[in-house]
Design a protein around this ligand. Structure first.
Ligand SMILES: [Zn+2]
Length: 150
């Protein structure tokens, strides 16, 4: 998986804000811990009054990482720029969960990434795969069962 964010070092404080959990901040958080920077991770369903107030209360030098659904990121971006976060003080990443599934091919065990659908052609062996409900923790992916042609 590619990194969602570019890590910017040396800020006074960091706000990591998402409506889809903190997983997306994993790499950035590791950097922040390594550099002993002060940070908060906030997961909110939506941009409620508390979160708005918290963003507005930040002192100069706070860096904002925002991630989540397109709707959430758009709202956050709008809010942050109205508060005064500049382009240099913020980064955003849209990570709709429905956007991406990892499927491993039952035939060749290759990992395919795809958007939400029921069928997929393996990019490696070209077999047509049906996406099963079976999830493999080892592969971090759903099993794609081979559909036998006639
Ligand atoms: Zn395959």
């Amino acid at each position: 998986m590619h990194e969602a964010f570019t890590y910017i070092s040396g800020k006074r404080h960091y706000l990591l804000c998402s409506d889809q959990g903190v997983e997306v901040f994993k790499d950035v958080t590791l950097h922040l811990i390594n550099d002993n920077h002060s940070y908060e991770r906030i997961t909110n369903e939506s941009l409620d009054a508390d979160l708005k107030e918290h963003l507005a209360d930040q002192k100069i030098g706070t860096y904002l990482y925002g991630a989540g659904s397109e709707r959430f990121v758009k709202e956050l971006k709008k809010l942050a720029s109205s508060i005064g976060y500049s382009y240099e003080e913020s980064q955003y990443y849209i990570c709709d969960k429905t956007d991406k599934y990892r499927i491993f091919c039952a035939h060749c065990h290759d990992i395919n990434e795809m958007k939400n659908s029921q069928l997929l052609q393996c990019t490696n062996c070209q077999h047509l795969l049906k996406i099963s409900q079976q999830f493999s923790r080892f592969h971090d992916a759903y099993l794609g069962e081979v559909i036998r042609g006639n």
